[in-house]
Each structure stands twice: as C-alpha cells, then as structure tokens.
Design a protein around this ligand. Structure first.
Ligand SMILES: Nc1ncnc2c1ncn2[C@@H]1O[C@H](COP(=O)(O)OP(=O)(O)OP(=O)(O)O)[C@@H](O)[C@H]1O
Length: 313
C-alpha cells in the first residue's frame, strides 16, 4: 500500500504538489492521471524519497522510503528507461544492480525471462529500441520481487504492440496482489489499463475513484435532435424541464439536449406530432472532458501550438 497525506512540494513560486492525500491499494492497477505539469512525477519522486516534501508525508508499506531496510525488495520503480549504461549488456546491467542490492544472481535470468528479453540478454543495452529499453527497465524493477510498483508514463513513445504488452504486464502484476501505481496524461489509456484512478490537476486532487465511475461522470452524454418544427420542439422539450442548447455545428440547425435519452425525446416529439429529421445520442470525448476537469494547462496549449507550427512547415 502507498499512503500519501497532505503531500506538498513547492519549487520557488511554483506549487508542484498541493496538499495531496490518497492511498493506493494492492491487487489492482491504479492510474495516476493528470495533464503534463500536473505534478505526477514530483509526487512519485517524493514517494521514492528522491525529492523531499515541503510538507506532508508519503509512506510505502507503512514507512517513509528512506526507512525501508531493503528498498528494492519492497518497491520497484520505473521512472526513466534510458538510464542504463549503453555499453553494458542487458544481463550485465541487471547483474550489477542485483549485486549492489544483495539479490542472488539467479534472479537476473528469471526477470529477463519474465519480460521476454532472454534472447537479447547478451546484447548492448545502448542499442535497444525504446520498447526493449522499457522491458529492461521493467526487469530491473522486478529484481527484488517487490510488492509495490511505480511506473511513470511507461507507454510514452511506445508502438501499439509495446503499449498492449506493458498494459497486460502491469495488470498481471496487480493480479498477483501487488500495489501498482502508473502515471499517464491520457485518460483513454488509463481507461484501458487501470481499475482505480487518482486524478490530479495543478498539483491538487481532482478525483479518487473507480475508472468506470470517472468515465461515466466525466463524459457528458447528450442527444442531438433536428426537426423542421424546431420552435415547437424546443418548447415541448423545455416544458418537460429539459435543458436545451442551440446547435448548428455541422451547418444544419438543431438542438442539443442535456441529460436525456433518445427514447425520452422521441416520445415527447411523438406525443406532440412533431416531425424529427435526426435523433442521435452523442458522448463527449473522454479527453475533452478530462481537459475541462483538470483545467486549461499551460503546457497543453504549448503542445497544441507545436502542432500548429508543424502543420505550417
Ligand atoms: N526540480 C524542479 N524545479 C522547479 N520546478 C519543477 C521541478 N520539478 C518539477 N517542477 C515543476 O513542477 C510542476 C509539476 O511537474 P511534474 O514533472 O511533477 O509534473 P508531471 O505531472 O509529472 O508532468 P509531466 O507529465 O510533464 O512529467 C511543473 O510546473 C514543473 O515545471
């Protein structure tokens, strides 16, 4: 279990993490979700004792990381996959890590096998693709057979096959009863990977809930309706207490009805003899809803700008 209480970190005038409180339970993947710059890495670094909190506490297995007797046997963390020595082989890299943490050499081949790197174990890690480096990083986190695992954006830059592989691997680790915390800025990815979500924006807690609940609440469902008798339809809907927005997004005037169903709207129109030309339920994109919830993050806009620049070149 990971327990974070009132955790706060300021860098000069920046409050990177702001009074965060949450716990991460064993036996399931917990997604740590927030836009770029929300404070995910800083929180993970504090959990791992790499950054000192300005205030508050972060406990792993009931203790601050610094007080764990054999940290690698309790916590495994994958923060940055590319830190291996480029001229060392995958096996040599893991043997060096094992030796410096009193972990038996035999465990190295076990973890290489677990992550599917046995065949390239003798190759230099510097020549590994991102996907292979990520697997090697994963092997390193598993050396001490830890019951708590932290992964910081583990699928960033991976191809679809690599993403699915990592996702399944994390789910397997959780199914073995481990505590798995994985950060991401993509709700769509977390919706597929995690069971529980801790969502932060600008360092603050936004939600601590199941994925199913968060997805249902954050993606508003609306119904779009068009009719040649739009005025009559609008009155019929509002007289039933429904909230209606004008919608001409695709050049065809219509209405968007909030918090209702196609059945209900069809019934209301039918009862009044109103002709309908379109009746469609629509779900807002998860990512849009997520951006609304987490606030208009500066770095998100900067990324958008990059895309515009690339398009212009
Ligand atoms: N060492 C540091 N010195 C100053 N500011 C920092 C430092 N580390 C992080 N920050 C700032 O703290 C905020 C949170 O950063 P952090 O990297 O924790 O966010 P994140 O959610 O992990 O984002 P990303 O997905 O981009 O890594 C940002 O505004 C960042 O610029």
């Amino acid at each position: 279990m990971i327990e974070v209480k009132g955790l706060t970190k300021t860098f000069g005038a920046t409050k990177a993490v702001d009074d965060l409180t949450f716990t991460v339970q064993p036996g399931m993947v917990t997604g740590f979700l927030g836009p770029n710059g929300a404070g995910k890495s800083t929180t993970m670094r504090m959990i791992l004792g790499l950054d000192r909190p300005t205030s508050g506490t972060a406990l792993v297995d009931g203790k601050p990381y610094g007080e764990l007797k054999q940290p690698l046997r309790t916590v495994g963390a994958l923060l940055d996959a590319k830190w291996v020595h480029p001229n060392r082989s995958a096996r040599a890299h893991l043997q060096w890590m094992a030796a410096s943490n009193s972990i038996p050499k035999s465990r190295v081949d076990e973890v290489l096998h677990l992550v599917g790197l046995t065949e390239v174990a003798g190759k230099k890690a510097g020549g590994f693709s991102l996907g292979m480096s990520q697997r090697l990083g994963l092997a390193a986190t598993l050396l001490g057979d830890p019951k708590i695992l932290l992964f910081d954006e583990p699928v960033n830059g991976l191809d679809p096959e690599g993403i699915v592989w990592i996702r399944k691997f994390m789910q397997r680790l959780a199914a073995e009863g481990r505590t798995v915390l994985v950060s991401s800025h993509l709700l769509s990815e977390m919706a597929l990977t995690a069971e529980h979500l801790v969502v932060i924006g600008r360092g603050r807690l936004i939600a601590d809930t199941t994925v199913a609940d968060f997805v249902a609440k954050s993606s508003e469902s609306t119904v779009r309706v068009r009719s040649p008798q739009l005025d009559a339809l609008r009155s019929a809907l509002t007289s039933q207490g429904l909230t209606v927005r004008e919608d001409g997004s695709d050049g065809l005037p219509g209405l968007v009805v909030l918090d209702s169903t196609t059945d209900a709207i069809g019934d209301i129109a039918g009862a009044q003899g109103i002709v309908l030309h379109e009746l469609a339920s629509q779900r807002g994109s998860l990512e849009d809803a997520f951006m609304k919830l987490t606030g208009d993050d500066v770095q998100y806009h900067a990324e958008g700008l990059d895309d515009v620049m690339r398009g212009a070149l």
